[in-house]
Design a protein around this ligand. Structure first.
Ligand SMILES: Cc1ncc(COP(=O)(O)O)c(C=O)c1O
Length: 388
């Protein structure tokens, strides 16, 4: 099946009991056992079945299988949020005294998890530029248990070479985990490029409508089994209703992404010619340093665009306060266009020095381009820019 058919039909069949084409929402915390012996067998894993929704639930499982399929992975687990997915992945793979190596341009919440929380658990963290082979070589040692990257990276849309990182990680006997939130499996499939684990904030494009929080991890079956063993005790599970909303969102992933991408390209081109703009960040522009790499590892360039204004941070504030159609809010991947200021919002966990190191300028503005008519979006940005 083609991907746009797969998102609609893949792994989903009409409900056996009544033929409902929309999957049932198993809104239950617990499941009745046939008898005491069956309950004991389920706990011992001698029999397959449901025990308690923190452990597993048919609606949530359907979503995990669906995303695993879309990502060319063997299995998956759903979490309460993208950060819960990342945290659980790390603590399953890395213990006290061991280390994680990560690219330094990542979502601000992930950055805070790596910088502030993991060291408290005795886990060492090295933040480097993962496109720099020398930096990778000097960061990885016998204590390293995971290489983590995000591409396109939040917020600068830096493109990291997935195949090169996978190759490097495997030569060093460590797994590569890729945060594929910005691209989604429609535009990029890290496992096909050699990655071992893929994580998502399903809150973003997979859900697509800004109405849920969710996280997903997919990978090889044996890793997902280990992850599940830990995750069920950590307890960051999601809910059947949220899983159903994400499943519904995924049905339109391909058509939404096509529109996000074409709108983003039009907006990036408009901003590139505007006299108040200093620099536009969009991997689909030939001027973007990751353009060639993005062409190789992605099928389109995504729905996120960034820009610096000639008037710096103050000018950025004027634009963010003047937009009428775009919404001043964090998060991304919604049908609505969202605008935000990474240095003071999503990436306020970075120090000024850390922001500078990653090329996140103090006035940098990030746009999550929605699926509205691009002319209306351009008109809104144009009137907001005229206020500068
Ligand atoms: C790339 C990326 N990964 C992970 C996360 C965290 O996801 P969540 O907010 O669902 O915990 C975000 C949130 O913005 C993100 O942008």
């Amino acid at each position: 099946m083609h991907f746009d058919t797969e998102v609609v039909h893949g792994g989903q069949h009409p409900d056996k009991l009544h033929g409902a084409i929309s999957p049932p929402i198993y809104q239950t915390s617990t499941y009745a056992f046939k008898d005491a012996d069956q309950g004991a067998r389920l706990f011992k894993k001698e029999e397959e079945g449901y025990i308690y929704t923190r452990l597993s639930n048919p609606t949530i499982d359907l979503l995990a299988q669906k995303v695993a399929r879309l990502e060319s992975a063997e299995a998956g687990i759903i979490f309460s949020s993208g950060l819960a997915a990342i945290f659980n992945t790390i603590v399953t793979l890395v213990k006290s005294g061991e280390e994680v190596v990560s690219d330094n341009t990542i979502y601000g919440g992930t950055f805070a998890l790596l910088k502030n929380i993991l060291p408290r658990l005795g886990i060492g963290v090295k933040l480097i530029n993962a496109n720099d082979a020398n930096a990778l070589n000097s960061a990885v040692n016998e204590k390293t248990r995971l290489l983590f990257i995000e591409t396109p990276a939040n917020p600068t849309l830096k493109i990291v070479d997935i195949a090169a990182c996978a190759d490097f990680a495997h030569k060093n006997n460590i797994p590569l985990c890729v945060d594929n939130t910005f691209a989604t499996p429609y535009l990029q499939r890290p496992i096909e490029l050699g990655a071992d684990i893929v994580v998502h904030s399903a809150t973003k494009y997979l859900g697509g409508h800004g109405d849920i929080i969710g996280g997903i991890v997919v990978g090889k079956k044996d890793f997902i089994e280990k992850l599940w063993d830990d995750a069920k005790e950590i307890g960051a599970c999601n809910t059947p209703m949220n899983a159903w909303l994400i499943l519904r969102g995924i049905k339109t992933l391909a058509v939404r992404m096509d529109k996000h991408c074409s709108n983003a390209m039009k907006i990036a081109e408009f901003l590139s010619t505007h006299n108040k703009i200093e620099k536009v960040y969009y991997p689909g522009l030939k001027s973007h340093p990751g353009y060639e790499l993005a062409r190789r590892q992605m099928s389109q360039f995504g729905g996120m665009v960034g820009f610096d204004l000639k008037g710096g941070k103050e000018a950025g504030k004027v634009v963010m306060n003047a937009v009428k159609l775009c919404i001043l809010a964090v998060s991304l991947g919604d049908v609505d266009t969202l605008i935000e200021h990474p240095a003071s919002m999503t990436h306020s966990t970075y120090s000024d020095e850390e922001l500078k190191k990653c090329g996140i300028n103090p006035g940098y503005v990030r746009l999550s381009v929605g699926i509205e008519n691009p002319e209306d979006l351009i008109e809104d940005l144009n009137q907001a820019l005229s206020k500068v």
